[in-house]
Design a protein around this ligand. Structure first.
Ligand SMILES: [Zn+2]
Ligand SMILES: [Zn+2]
Ligand SMILES: [Zn+2]
Ligand SMILES: [Zn+2]
Length: 798
């Protein structure tokens, strides 16, 4: 997903292998500038370019009328089955394939408004009706939609507006003349019913409801750092040869204290497991949803009624204003390249968007500066010496890469540009693949006549008369080469500096009142300030995201002088040290954090190796050994190969997956049977503390919750919590999420006092990791309010 599709990687590898050895050597040692100069012509118009074009045909990013028809019909089918959420999503898909302003797209919006009405999203429903009208919804169908509008307004308590809408309907009907079709009769009946409802409401107005969305909570106390934008004043930027740039506590920090708040410099939505990239002879559309259908491609907010891009079927936005901003800032250039960008992967896409956001002037200034400064950059020790001589004032940060002349470090293009590309550490083949991909993007931009847009040289005259491509040879202009060089730098930087934006996504499983949420990767971004934090497998912070904003909080007390760490992924609670080191090698460093030192240098075992063990299939005593495992009970003496136990574990995981699919298909009873069987089997060879045992309990809790069996659900979840606590510790975010689920189950089961105490615990933990404003905390507070408003009679019974 991040890298180009496999076929293109192989194509580039073949090209690399076929190069003259001398050229390969020169490329391997070349600077970024020389790599591009040497490599520009290596994407041959008769070989690699057409191969890439063929691959792009599989990624469908254009508008296809046949797809629109397919999705509209699927939407109608879901609507007929009263699956309104699915219907709304399918109508969105259909709308994204229709031409803007066509009667067909207006029908999609109108149909979607009906689904939204049934879901109770009245405001959004009104927006869709307005959209249908503005895209030329057929006049003869309009009365029905306008009635829906009146009904929405009525539900929202806007009586006058509702009455006005009704009189518009009446006049439309009057103009159309008297018709006697059954549909027309229904319409008239509905009209008169609505009129009566409005009169009723007018005669006895309901007390004005408070709009709770408007209450803005006070923002957290925050004192910003003088020299680092978005950072708390309790941090200091340091630099040394061993650790590079890093942040240190300049005073004692408490758990939950907010340390950084940064808006991504650039972010690109990850398409998700795109099934569209599979080879298939005929057109196959899929009703499954991916990230690309669920989140705004600009601000990453969850989509309810998406606004499709006018040019492609891929980009979807939460609002017209996001669509407009995205178009203005980058999408007008990216739009026609959709398929290519999907084929080349998210890193290339982020690289392109980064240079588009920075603008040609800034890009070329920094690229030129990097040519002059190449010698300086290669001598970090000299710079470091200079730094250590400087007093610990703001001037001390002046020479740190990425800081401006005033010694300030800001979330700017300059800071992004200064993130380390590690050009010399990447394999020459990988650099070659990245170079070829970047050149392919730049060539296509030129061929599409978008060069002026890329270089911000559009004049109004040029815009009206699009400049056709003069250079058909595929040779890049000098300006485009500068852009390509910066893009190559960014692709390489991303390997170490890409920050995943994750959210807790509700998993699609039945209609249970308890929502099972799991973290998913939503987007890939550059956060130049967040990138100042080094990795540790036992970090002292937690990162949470809201839209494109990242917030870093202390997850434990941090004494003054201690370095602030962030975990890049491999956490000591989830992986053994060898696995962690393996994963971290992509960042070109060997982790020497406390946990790694303990596990490598002394005999301290990781939680994973202590808990995730096998037990004897005969007597259930712990098994010992490496490849051949022996029962630790001498009287038993059973021995089994690790291989066979691992196979058994995999088989078990497959069966659990199938059970969850049953749950998704609303076959809860079968799912329970299967999970209970899995549990019995697991007990035969997994240690009782194995994380999978906890997961099984968690799944069982979920199934019982969908059946409304709250007590059983709570019992299973409590056991899951015990195991999660052994692995992650009592104040970990994982425990926070589990307690959140338990609180929902107890709440639904009216176990009032237990619910209240669980809410309390969940709130304490989650506010440390995610802050007091996070959606989960707000949900917990709503539950608390609701419980405290219950009549005393119920409270006393529990
Ligand atoms: Zn948006
Ligand atoms: Zn587009
Ligand atoms: Zn480590
Ligand atoms: Zn045994």
């Amino acid at each position: 997903m991040e890298l180009p599709v496999e076929e293109w990687r192989l194509c580039a590898a073949r090209r690399w292998a076929a190069l003259e050895p001398a050229l390969r050597e020169r490329l391997a040692a070349a600077s970024l500038h020389d790599t591009l100069r040497l490599g520009c012509g290596l994407l041959r118009p008769e070989a690699e370019a057409p191969a890439l074009r063929r691959l792009c045909r599989r990624a469908r990013a254009g508008k296809e009328p046949a797809a629109a028809r397919f999705y509209r019909e699927e939407g109608n089918r879901s609507f007929g089955r009263r699956r309104y959420a699915a219907a709304a999503r399918l109508y969105s898909q259909a709308a994204s394939h229709e031409l803007p302003g066509s009667p067909e797209v207006s029908v999609c919006f109108a149909n979607r408004s009906a689904a939204l009405f049934h879901l109770g999203h009245f405001e959004v429903c009104l927006e869709d009706i307005a959209r249908a009208e503005s895209h030329g919804y057929p006049d003869r169908l309009l009365p029905k939609v306008l009635l829906r509008k009146a009904e929405c307004l009525l539900c929202l308590g806007r009586l006058q507006d509702a009455a006005d809408a009704l009189s518009v309907v009446e006049s439309k009907i009057a103009v159309a003349g008297i018709m006697t079709s059954p549909a027309h009769q229904t319409l008239l009946k509905k009209l008169s019913q609505l009129k009566i409802k409005i009169q009723e409401k007018e005669s006895c107005p309901e007390p004005a409801r408070e709009t709770c969305g408007d209450i803005q909570r006070k923002s957290e106390f925050w004192e910003e750092n003088d020299s680092i934008s978005g950072a708390s004043s309790s941090l200091r930027l340091n630099f040394d040869t061993e650790r590079g740039r890093h942040l240190v506590a300049s005073q004692d920090i408490l758990p939950g204290q907010s340390l950084l708040e940064e808006e991504a410099f650039v972010s690109v939505l990850c398409p998700g497991d795109s099934l569209l990239l599979q080879d298939s002879a005929e057109a196959v559309w899929d009703t499954r949803v991916t990230n690309a259908d669920l989140y705004c491609h600009h601000c990453l907010r969850q989509l309810l009624a998406s606004v499709p891009c006018q040019g492609c079927s891929y980009a979807k936005y939460c609002s017209q204003s996001c669509a407009d901003v995205a178009w203005q800032q980058y999408h007008r250039t990216e739009c026609s390249l959709g398929a290519l960008l999907l084929t080349l992967g998210v890193f290339c896409h982020v690289a392109l968007r980064t240079v588009l956001l920075a603008g040609f002037a800034e890009v070329s200034r920094l690229v030129e500066w990097s040519h002059n400064g190449d010698r300086d950059l290669q001598d970090p020790e000299a710079r470091c010496k200079h730094l250590s001589e400087a007093p610990e004032t703001r001037a001390g940060t002046r020479g740190i890469p990425g800081c401006n002349d005033d010694g300030q470090y800001q979330s700017s293009y300059q800071a992004v540009f200064n993130l380390l590309p590690h050009a010399e550490k990447h394999s020459p083949e990988h650099k070659f693949l990245c170079m070829l991909s970047v050149v392919a993007i730049c060539q296509q931009l030129q061929e599409a006549g978008l060069e002026a847009a890329v270089l911000n040289q559009e004049s109004s005259e040029r815009r009206s008369k699009p400049k056709t491509c003069e250079k058909t040879s595929g040779e890049l202009s000098p300006e485009m080469k500068t852009m390509a060089e910066a893009m190559l730098r960014h692709v390489l930087q991303l390997q170490c500096n890409a920050q995943a934006i994750t959210v807790m996504q509700e998993s699609e499983s039945g209609d249970g009142a308890v929502v099972n949420k799991k973290p998913v990767r939503l987007a890939t971004a550059f956060f130049p300030v967040l990138s100042l934090l080094n990795h540790s497998c036992c970090p002292n912070t937690s990162v949470s995201f809201s839209g494109t904003t990242a917030t870093v909080r202390a997850s434990q007390p941090i004494p003054s002088g201690q370095e602030i760490f962030h975990c890049y992924g491999p956490h000591r609670c989830r992986m053994r040290v060898a696995e962690r080191q393996q994963l971290l090698s992509q960042y070109f460093f060997e982790c020497r954090c406390g946990a790694c030192r303990d596990e490598l240098e002394s005999d301290v075992k990781s939680v994973v190796s202590l808990r995730n063990t096998f037990s004897c299939p005969g007597c259930r005593a712990p098994m010992q050994g490496e490849d051949m495992l022996c029962c630790s009970n001498e009287a038993c003496a059973i021995s089994v190969s690790r291989q066979s136990l691992s196979c058994r574990l995999q088989d078990l995981q497959q069966r659990i997956k199938r059970a969850l699919e049953l749950l998704r298909d609303r076959k809860a009873d079968q799912a329970i049977k299967m999970l209970l069987k899995c549990q019995v089997d697991a007990e035969c060879f997994l240690s009782p503390e194995h994380l999978l045992m906890g997961e099984l309990e968690d799944h069982l809790a979920q199934v019982y919750a969908t059946l409304g069996k709250w007590q059983e659900a709570a019992r299973h979840l409590e056991r899951s919590i015990e195991i999660v606590e052994m692995h992650h510790g009592p104040s970990s975010i994982e425990i926070g999420h589990e307690l959140f689920k338990l609180a929902q189950i107890l709440f639904n089961g009216f176990a009032v006092s237990e619910a209240l105490s669980t809410i309390q615990r969940a709130e304490e933990i989650l506010s440390v990791h995610c802050g007091p404003q996070s959606p989960q905390i707000q949900e917990l507070q709503e539950m608390k309010t609701c419980l405290s408003e219950l009549p005393r009679s119920i409270l006393q019974r529990t």
